[in-house]
Write a protein that binds this ligand. Structure first.
Ligand code: SAH
Length: 280
């Protein structure tokens, strides 16, 4: 190799790849966006979370390097810093990387942290939004998040904050005519119930839990705030699941279009949980 070519090589840094933070939606591949599909088709490396359904992983072309980086319930099989390190290293080596996340990457998905890591490393990135769990639970659970005259607003909140600490004071979330969608709340259903009651919510407030929204195994359970802890431990409730609190959840039986075709939804009535016996 001549000195000339050596210096050429030195002066031409390896071309940098790119990262697409892609929302995979709630599980049904039909809910992927065209941008998400195109990103998967062009990917050389895919780093995916455990929430991404098998049906979506099956769309990744053969030969693409696929790296599983997450477990459910916040316990990451790779620590967040390590996920960011691998993502940056693959892109810095020139790969087109897809960081595939369940739902929407910027909704309880640590997408902001990953964008920051990419920015700091000088890696070009873009974000492809996905259908978030709240939208999927609403659509496939047949309950609007807002409804004229019933709910004028909606809040998405986590039941599992940084270091596992959820919301302490639920008063800001108890708003008349408002729907609450609680992500990652199932294991803390009783704690959430107690917090909402303490904040003044009516124990008769209708609630629903939707597990595996949009997927063939979807289950919707309907009840009230009083029966929420009992619903959350129902046998057969698939994970992941989200809790929806608000008057519009009571519309689910009337408006159902999805579960009737799959399997019957279970209601609080058929659970045989009397309000008196439920801990309030
Ligand atoms: N970024 C994701 C949320 C990640 S947090 C999104 O936008 O949807 C993980 C939580 O999302 C789960 O604990 C559960 O509460 C909810 N979730 C994700 N997928 C779901 C699904 N298919 N059905 C019901 N809840 C789901």
């Amino acid at each position: 190799m001549s000195l000339h070519t050596l210096s050429m090589h030195r002066s031409q840094p390896q071309s940098t790849g790119e990262v697409a933070l892609v929302g995979a939606g709630p599980g049904d591949p039909g809910l992927l966006t065209l941008h998400a599909c195109q990103a998967l088709q062009r990917a050389e490396v895919v780093l995916y979370d455990a929430l991404v359904s098998q049906a979506i992983l099956d769309l990744i072309p053969n030969g693409v390097e696929c790296i599983a980086v997450g477990k459910r319930c916040g316990a990451h099989s790779l620590p967040q810093a390590e996920i960011e390190r691998v993502m940056v290293a693959k892109a810095a080596a020139g790969a087109r990387v897809v960081r595939l996340k369940g739902g929407d990457p910027l909704m309880f998905g640590r997408g902001g942290e990953e964008m920051r890591a990419l920015k700091a490393a000088g890696i070009p990135y873009r974000v492809v939004p996905g259908v978030t769990a709240a939208s999927a639970c609403a659509a496939y659970g047949a309950m609007p998040l807002t409804h004229r005259g019933v709910a004028q607003g909606v809040t998405f909140v986590t039941g599992h904050g940084k270091d596992g600490q959820p919301v302490e004071d639920w008063r800001p979330y108890v708003i008349p005519g408002h729907t609450l969608v609680i992500y990652m709340g199932l294991k803390r259903a009783e704690w959430i119930q107690q917090g909402l009651l303490k904040a003044g919510m009516d124990p008769q407030m209708p609630v629903a839990i939707v597990g595996q929204a949009s997927q063939p195994g979807q289950q919707r359970l309907n009840g009230t705030l009083a029966t929420l802890p009992a619903l959350a431990v129902m046998e057969g409730l698939p994970s992941p699941a989200a809790i929806i609190v608000g008057e519009t959840t009571a519309l689910a039986q009337e408006l159902d279009w999805f579960e009737a075709e799959n399997q019957p939804a279970v209601s609080a009535k058929s659970l045989d949980i009397s309000l008196d016996s439920a801990a309030v």
